[in-house]
Write a protein that binds this ligand. Structure first.
Ligand code: ZN
Length: 428
């Protein structure tokens, strides 16, 4: 009971009080919180015990980290004395049995559904969980009537993080993607959610079911999570469900990083995290994030593997936090081709997608690069005309960017909900 009360307290605080009217005020707050966090980790994390934490100037000298550093130094890094192998065992057991209640010293354990091999392990205390739930609600419950919502949450792996929200005022139902999707669709139709939270791959199935009149649900809000949402898919969902905006949550192992506001713009949660930008071209950058609230597993100068596209416009919703145009994909999935003059040429996922979606009648596709001179394109709708069109788009791109056009093969697209959907992927 007290847990729910805390969520409500945090919700109210985040929604109504921790709002910054100006950029200046936000930055001052960030500096204060960063310094506080630096002092905290110096005292509580063995990994950081030798850092300097006297002033905010010392921040730029802190070591950078990423998923690899995090996993290799897990035991030293975390501030609650949790052993990596023990935590992994609990998380893996939870996924196998689909029972996610086991905790370690009141700490919940989860695995990120990350890409091959490098799965991230995250731990979160009850208190952080309440903060998280309050923050999510503050950012996503629609304006005005905040009570009486029925949230449907589709996810690949649960952890008890998500059950924190369930209460009398707000109903919450978890749908396990790994279970029979026809059953899920039926249950969803009976449940009649007001808010649906799901990855784009699931939203595609729901939208098709709605289009074919297998279900009739009327959510007032759809929040896309866990996978990259392309503009085409977003447009399709808007059309089928009659919505103006498809919201997104930028939520990963490393925290709740961003959301789409009521104006439809993608904000980074700078009231919780500090972001440094590592530019990879004029407008694209890889974010390096520092969470100034996480106490059990510090996320400090953590380099994510994402490509974000900057937006210079200010948002009219009133929040002075950073706005991005979109998450374009993973840095690992930038394609690499042989240049005409020998040098390697890198091509961002967006350019690859565009070569495919310019062909008419394409909804589901995936482009995989196996090596520098061959790619495979998976399509759900294929004929000679479409293939010809796509080949010609790639030729044009290759000419323009001066790389040797790869050999292109075509295969049938198959839905596979067990894996994260990616439209553009480079095989390692
Ligand atoms: Zn906004």
């Amino acid at each position: 009971m007290s847990e729910k009360l805390n969520v409500v307290k945090n919700f109210i605080s985040m929604r109504y009080f921790k709002k910054f009217k100006t950029r200046d005020k936000l930055e001052k707050y960030q500096k204060k919180m960063l310094l506080k966090q630096m002092k905290y980790i110096k005292e509580n994390s063995e990994y950081f015990k030798n850092i300097k934490a006297d002033s905010i100037e010392d921040f730029k000298d802190l070591p950078l980290m990423d998923k690899k550093v995090m996993m290799e130094n897990f035991n030293k890094l975390n501030c609650v004395g949790i052993d990596r192998d023990k935590a992994l065992e609990i998380a893996i057991n939870g996924e196998k049995s689909r029972n996610f209640d086991e905790k370690l010293n009141n700490i919940s354990v989860g695995l990120s559904s990350g890409t091959s091999g490098a799965r991230g392990l995250f731990i979160i205390s009850d208190k952080e969980r309440e903060l998280w739930a309050g923050g999510v609600l503050a950012k996503f419950l629609p304006k005005g009537n905040i009570l009486g919502h029925k949230i449907a949450f589709f996810l690949r792996a649960d952890n008890n993080l998500y059950e924190t929200i369930d209460s009398k005022a707000i109903k919450f139902r978890y749908f396990d993607i790994m279970k029979d999707m026809n059953e899920n669709i039926k249950t969803l139709n009976e449940y009649q959610p007001t808010i649906i939270v799901a990855p784009p791959s699931v939203l595609l199935i729901l939208a098709e079911a709605q289009e074919n009149k297998k279900i009739n649900v009327n959510p007032i809000k759809i929040i896309s999570v866990a996978e990259v949402l392309t503009d085409e898919d977003a447009d399709y969902f808007k059309k089928v469900f009659g919505l103006k905006i498809i919201h997104q949550a930028y939520q990963c192992t490393e925290g709740f990083l961003g959301y789409v506001c009521e104006c439809g713009n993608f904000h980074i949660n700078e009231d919780v995290i500090y972001v440094e930008k590592e530019y990879i071209d004029k407008e694209r950058f890889v974010p390096i994030i520092t969470d100034f609230l996480r106490k059990s597993q510090p996320i400090i100068r953590y380099r994510l593997n994402d490509i974000l596209v900057e937006d210079k416009e200010k948002c009219s919703c009133g929040s002075p936090t950073m706005v991005i145009k979109k998450i374009e994909g993973r840095e690992d999935d930038i394609f690499i081709f042989n240049g005409i003059k020998g040098k390697e040429i890198t091509v961002f996922p967006d350019f690859i997608s565009r070569c495919v979606i310019y062909a008419n009648g394409i909804r589901n596709y995936k482009v995989v690069q196996e090596n520098k001179d061959s790619i495979t394109i998976y399509l759900d709708n294929m004929n000679e005309q479409i293939k010809k069109q796509i080949r010609s788009e790639f030729n044009t791109l290759a000419e323009r960017m001066k790389f040797l056009c790869p050999k292109i093969s075509f295969e049938k697209y198959e839905f596979n909900l067990a894996r994260k959907m990616k439209r553009v992927e480079r095989k390692k």
